[in-house]
Design a protein around this ligand. Structure first.
Ligand SMILES: O=C1C[C@@H](O)[C@H](O)[C@@H](O)C1=O
Ligand SMILES: [Co+2]
Length: 298
């Protein structure tokens, strides 16, 4: 079973206040969020929109609760903007995370992304990159990977619904086009399932390149409705397509087994965005923590 010092457990603030729709959970404070993370038994977090950006202030608040920063999302625009714009933003983000002690940087290409478009159906309107855009993306990510390694950090690419890297074929293409020593992969169970991919197959193929894991589950009934009613990604989230691991249609046992057998080291981040008015964040955090303990011994 997983070695306790090799795998750390964190939870994302998105269940308390949603970064993509800040009105969802707007009433939940930063202090409440991190206190409840600690209370539920987690030792790490990603960075949400209510977190102070002053590293001293943030460190103090986290240390009081024995929490660490595991990583934070970075939106790249390598396919649609000049490279230097993404690079300049990335350096600021990298330096902030370095100061906070994080080892990995979550990167997602947001050029042409529809993940934030409230009115576009998630299954019909996702972007497809041209050959030229793929080339820009791959070379740009390698550049970000080199910048990360200057600080002994890694970039982990986040495949995501509504973006140009969502499907198995797109993940394969990105992995083939990039240097495995510069561009690593983030494994998000919820996005792969939502997209109709086979998470187990992808995990087996890339387990040695996966350096960060987002754990979320998918509610089957909502997922079916999202397709039928042609919902957007954000409306699907509001309707409750995602939930905590163990509460939906994903079988996590084989996934934990593959990670364990391959000596995965790094963070497991519970990242189950849903409407906090319908799903109490503390209650769901405790539910997730118990489930992970039952299945992994962690
Ligand atoms: O890692 C993530 C960050 C969120 O902002 C995003 O929309 C969510 O779905 C996700 O997986
Ligand atoms: Co994620």
């Amino acid at each position: 079973m997983f070695k306790k010092d090799a795998v750390k457990l964190g939870i994302a603030p998105i269940a308390w206040t949603n970064d993509d729709m800040p009105e969802l959970g707007g009433e939940n404070t930063f202090e409440q969020c991190i206190s409840e993370m600690a209370l539920a038994g987690f030792t790490g977090s990603e960075v949400g929109n209510k977190y102070p950006r002053d590293t001293k202030v943030l460190k103090k608040a986290l240390e009081l609760r024995n929490l660490q920063i595991a990583s934070a999302w970075f939106s790249a625009f390598l396919t649609t903007k000049p490279l230097e714009e993404t690079v300049n933003e990335f350096i600021k983000h990298r330096d902030f995370l370095y100061e906070m002690g994080a080892k990995v940087i979550v990167v997602s290409e947001q050029g042409h992304s529809i993940q934030g478009k409230m009115d576009l159906p998630i299954f019909d309107a996702k972007p497809v990159f041209t050959t030229e855009e793929w080339e820009k993306l791959a070379r740009g990510l390698e550049k970000l990977g080199r910048l990360a390694s200057e600080k002994e950090m890694k970039i982990v690419y986040h495949h995501h619904m509504g973006t140009g890297v969502q499907t198995t074929e797109e993940i394969d293409r990105l992995m083939e086009m990039t240097d495995p020593d510069l561009v690593y992969l983030l494994f998000d169970t919820g996005h792969l399932t939502f997209s109709g991919e086979n998470p187990e197959k992808i995990l087996r193929k890339y387990v040695n390149r996966i350096k960060h894991v987002h754990l979320k589950d998918v509610r089957k009934d909502v997922f079916e409705r999202v397709k039928k009613e042609k919902m957007s990604f954000l409306n699907a989230v509001k309707e409750g397509v995602f939930t905590v691991p163990g509460d939906g249609m994903i079988d996590f046992e084989p996934l934990f087994k593959i990670l364990d057998e391959n000596n995965y080291e790094g963070w497991f981040i519970v990242e189950a965005e849903q409407d906090p008015a319908k799903a109490n964040p503390l209650e769901y955090a405790i539910k997730a923590r118990k489930y992970i303990n039952e299945k992994t011994g962690l």
